[in-house]
Design a protein. Structure first.
Lengths: 113, 230
């Protein structure tokens, strides 16, 4: 549901960047979405198709780069993907770690004409 | 032509949040963003803190709900300055909603501002409101497995408050396992076990907020820092 607000912000950002570049049309957008950001690609896509109508970004192809969540063990520094209900380091079994990736939500680039 | 953007999608929200934070800090107010599932006890715990610390601190509340002013009514009845935001369907508060609410609160008469987010363990996580502290409330009937199911909020929280501990004998909630899990994924989070019904633990949690209020007030008034460039 919050994808509506996120798509709106995204569209504002895209249109501002396109205007800055003096572009006539936005043809593609690369979006980076982390696994624990809580954002669902297909919701963004649906919202974007509706919200971009009549703007320079209408019809732009969205592509999503999904970043898996990653944790770094605080005991042995091993980097791993915590999954399911076992968020423990597979090397030393410690459950103390820092989340180092998976929270991303940004626009990588846009392709304009 | 490809244009590198590399900008946070929520950068517009984050800029307003930073303005909110600067305003609140300049008014010597600590803002606490309370996030939980619906029914975890956010309003009850606010009322408890007010009751426990009524001679020490003045509390204001921004209430976020999809609809109704039930909670604002409860708070106003005991003399708390409360502003209701009805999101009309939106599942979270954002910084501009809070910005509008701040204009209608008596900021000179508030020490602790609770921002009661819309009950939801997912959506509020991405939206900075300009708070100083993010506090997650989880009630024991919800189960101790929630950090695995909704990791974002639990990894960004400054404090986790387990409410309804008076129900522990009747529900399946392993406190040790919960603490172990959240301490693993979030080392900085302070942990509190409370009951909105009996008042147990409220003193500890409230004291922690007051301690942090002291930190906010000790921030020297620096020349206004510009929010990160768009």
């Amino acid at each position: 549901m919050h994808e509506m607000a996120i798509t709106m912000s995204m569209l504002d950002l895209i249109l501002a960047e396109a205007a800055k570049a003096g572009a006539g049309k936005v043809v593609a957008v690369k979006v980076v979405v982390g696994e624990i950001s809580g954002v669902v690609d297909r919701c963004i896509q649906t919202n974007f198709d509706l919200m971009s109508r009549g703007t320079l970004a209408e019809g732009a192809a969205l592509s999503f780069q999904n970043v898996p969540k990653q944790a770094r063990c605080r005991k042995c520094a091993h980097v791993f993907h915590p999954a399911n209900i076992c968020w423990a380091c597979p090397e030393c079994q410690s459950v103390e770690f820092e989340i180092i990736a998976g929270n991303e939500l940004y626009i990588e680039s846009i392709e304009v004409e | 032509m490809e244009i590198k953007v590399l900008k946070d999608i929520l950068s517009a929200n984050n800029r307003i949040a930073e303005q909110n934070r600067q305003l609140l800090t300049s008014k010597h107010i600590i803002a606490v963003n309370l996030m939980s599932s619906p029914g975890a006890g956010k309003t009850t715990l606010i009322l408890r803190v007010v009751q426990t610390f009524k001679d020490k601190v003045r509390v204001g509340v921004i209430e976020g709900d999809v609809s109704s002013s039930i909670d604002t009514k409860k708070l106003s009845e005991v003399g708390i300055s409360a502003i209701q935001i009805n999101t009309g369907g939106d599942c979270h508060l954002d910084a501009s909603m809070v910005n509008s609410a701040l204009a209608n609160l008596p900021l000179n008469d508030i020490d602790i501002l609770f921002i009661e987010n819309v009950g939801n363990l997912i959506c509020p996580g991405g939206f900075d409101l300009g708070e100083h502290l993010k506090v997650i409330i989880l009630s024991t009937p919800e189960g101790d497995d929630k950090p695995y199911k909704y990791p974002l909020l639990f990894t960004i929280a400054d404090a986790l408050v387990v409410n309804k501990i008076d129900l522990l004998p009747y529900v399946n909630f392993d406190m040790d396992s919960f603490y172990h899990t959240v301490k693993g994924m979030n080392q900085k989070a302070a942990l509190f076990a409370v009951s909105g019904i009996t008042g147990e633990g409220i003193e500890d949690w409230g004291s922690w907020i007051i301690e942090n209020l002291g930190k906010v007030r000790s921030v020297k008034s620096e020349p206004t820092k510009r929010a990160e460039a768009s």
